[in-house]
Structure formats: C-alpha cells, structure tokens
Design a protein around this ligand. Structure first.
Ligand code: SF4
Length: 377
C-alpha cells in the first residue's frame, strides 16, 4: 500500500510524518502534578517502546510540573517528547508552549463559541485567539496537534454541520487555515470518535479534503474512549488498522482504560499486522488438526520464550503441525518449525528446508541456533 504523503514535523528531536516510522504514543493517567508517579509511568512507557508521551495539563501548576518532569527525565538521560494536552483554557495553552514539545488543543473547546455566532464574528474570533497561539508556537519552535473530537465539537459547527465527519473536518480546516495564513505548518491532526465507522470515515474524508487543498499535515490516528479489555483492542485494531492499510496514519495511540503501558504492545501488534512497522517477532502457527505431529500449543509457548530475545528483529517464525499445508502456508516466514514425522521436526529458512528430521527434544534449541546464526552473520 502507498502511505499518504505528509510533511515531517518535529517533537523535540523526534521526527513525525514524512518517511519516519509510524510513531507509537500514549498518555499518562497520573495527575501531572504528582511528578514522581508521572515520571515513573513515563519511564515504564518508554521501556515498553512508547515514543511520545502526552500528559493532561489543566492548570499553571501542572504546566510547571511538566517543566520539572521534563528536566528530571533529561537529567536521567531519557529524551522522550512530551505533549501537553490542553482543553478549555487558552491561557494554559500559551503557558504549555514553554514546557512541552507539542501542545494538543481541541478546536471545540478552544473557542467556547456560541452556536448563534455569525460566520464573520466567528472567523474573527478564531483569527484573534488561535492566530495569536500559532504565532507563539512558531516563535517557540514547538509543534501542535489540532485534535477534533466528535464528542466536543463547538456550537457553531454542530448547528451548521451536525456531529458529522463533515463537521469534524470543517472545524479542522478553519483552524488549519488560520495557521497556514500565518506561515505555521508544524501541525498534526486527529479526528477521533468512539464509534469505529465514524472515525474511519472522518479520517478518510479529512485526508481527501486536506490533500485537495495542499494540507499535507501528518495524521494522529486513534479510536477514542475505546473502553477496556478485548473490545478496546478489537476496536483499535479495526479502526487504526483500516486506516493504516489505506496508507493513513503517521502516529497512533491505542486507547485502553487502565495502565497505559498495556497500550504499547497492542500498538506494535497493529503496526506489524498491517505490515507498516516491524519490531516484534511475529509468530504464525497452524490451528492444529488430526494430522498434527506434535503438541503445537506447548511447542509454540516454548518457541516464544526461547526467541523473545530477538525482539526488534521483525522476524516471522512459523510453527506448523505437518507438511501437508504447512510449507505453503508459511511461505513468507523467515524461519519455519514443521512436524515432519512423529517426534521429528524439519526446520526451514526462507522457505527452504535446512535441517530434516531433528529429534523433537532438540528442535527448539536447533531453531534458536539457526536464527542466532542468521542474526550474527
Ligand atoms: S498445517 Fe498440517 S497439522 Fe496444521 S492444521 Fe494444517 S494440515 Fe493440520
């Protein structure tokens, strides 16, 4: 698939959009002012592979806490971009520019616009308030996210376009135009909804509209308020995955209620399943049937454990119960572990059998040795 062409913007030293890998991000669920807990959670997110962390910024005190968190992380040698998530207060959005690498604002509550406001008065209102904000961002060398949410569109947009994809995109376009008119383009956009079909439609519509008018801004993709457990994972996989497969998305956030660290593994699984970023070892295993020559479940567990150290390699390892369909099904795997005869395993590399009829008790170690040799040579 062709990735939608977007401009590169920077969050600190990290590039987003353009040819950069699709970035994985998350958000802390600590009170930002609880600096030790926030730092601890950011470090855990970073260790899990998170590349950008957002924090809720609700007051001047949380702005200052963000500044402290940033300097403490820097002192500990951890340079992860921090994003200030600001709603309702324009004053706080300006303040946050001092401490954050990027500030996220929501047009729906940046303005508090009256639904009866006439179009002219509204345009003037945006030009004054948001115009001053983008000039401040430009002077500070910071990027911003314009995050439009279906649940928080402003009165004027709802009156004229409803809570529709059209409304989401119109809201983004009018803010983006103010920024572009002032020579500011370091922006990323999101069009979130908790209802997957609406969210997918809004991003597709936004990209069509943006591309038509030369707005090559990167897209931050996510399903908002996805809930918890398997439903949250399924919603994110379908919503984010559908867009990635169409080439849309420069950074993703999987939203799962609870510990945000749990979001990161799911994010990488979605990226890898869509074939857009390879980091994990990917396992392909047959479901097993009457032809299976060994205990697939137990063997898959043993292989996962023995090959976990190849994390980051993006390797695909196939575990197949027999040679009937196994060899064809694992055609694109880097390595294959296939039941040849009862108690005997054949090992494959890039579709070719390289070791035949190994004793099953030695086969996992032999597979690891084969992969290790490939990684070192
Ligand atoms: S690969 Fe072989 S053992 Fe596995 S499901 Fe297919 S036929 Fe059955």
């Amino acid at each position: 698939m062709n990735r939608r062409k977007s401009r590169e913007i920077f969050l600190g030293n990290i590039g987003l959009g353009g040819d950069n890998p699709i970035r994985v991000q998350s958000m802390t669920n600590t009170k930002t002012e609880a600096v030790d807990a926030s730092i601890d959670q950011i470090k855990k997110l970073y260790d899990a592979g998170c590349e950008v962390v957002r924090l809720a910024i609700t007051s001047s005190a949380s702005c200052e806490a963000l500044g402290y968190i940033r300097s403490k992380l820097k002192a500990d040698g951890l340079a992860i971009p921090l994003v200030a998530d600001v709603h309702f207060s324009q004053k706080i959005a300006f303040e946050a520019l001092k401490y954050a690498d990027k500030v996220r604002i929501n047009p729906g509550n940046f303005l508090h616009s009256d639904r009866n406001l006439l179009s002219k008065a509204r345009t003037k209102n945006i030009a004054n308030s948001f115009g001053a904000f983008v000039i401040a961002a430009k002077n500070a060398g910071k990027s911003i996210r314009i995050g439009v949410n279906q649940g928080s569109l402003d009165g004027y947009i709802i009156k004229n376009f409803g809570r529709s994809s059209l409304g989401l995109v119109e809201s983004a376009v009018e803010f983006a135009t103010v920024a572009v008119d002032r020579g500011f383009r370091d922006m990323v956009f999101s069009f979130k909804s908790s209802y997957v079909p609406s969210m997918v439609e809004a991003y597709e519509f936004a990209c069509q509209r943006f591309d038509k008018i030369g707005f090559d801004f990167p897209m931050h993709v996510g399903v908002t308020e996805a809930g918890d457990g398997s439903l949250a994972r399924v919603k994110s996989a379908i919503g984010i995955g559908s867009l990635l497969l169409k080439g849309i998305g420069d950074t993703i956030r999987v939203s799962i209620t609870g510990d945000p660290v749990n979001e990161i593994g799911v994010a990488y699984e979605i990226l890898q399943s869509c074939g857009v970023r390879k980091t994990m070892v990917e396992y392909v295993a047959c479901p097993s049937c009457g032809r299976t020559q060994f205990d697939i479940e137990k063997t898959l567990r043993a292989i996962k454990l023995a090959t976990s150290r190849f994390y980051g390699s993006g390797l695909k390892i196939a575990v197949m119960g027999c040679i009937v369909n196994g060899i064809g099904e694992m055609g694109d795997a880097d390595f294959g572990y296939v039941g040849g005869l009862p108690g005997r395993i054949d090992l494959y590399k890039a579709g070719r059998c390289v070791k035949r009829a190994i004793d099953e008790k030695d086969a996992v170690n032999e597979l690891v040795a084969l992969i290790s040799f490939g990684q070192e040579s």
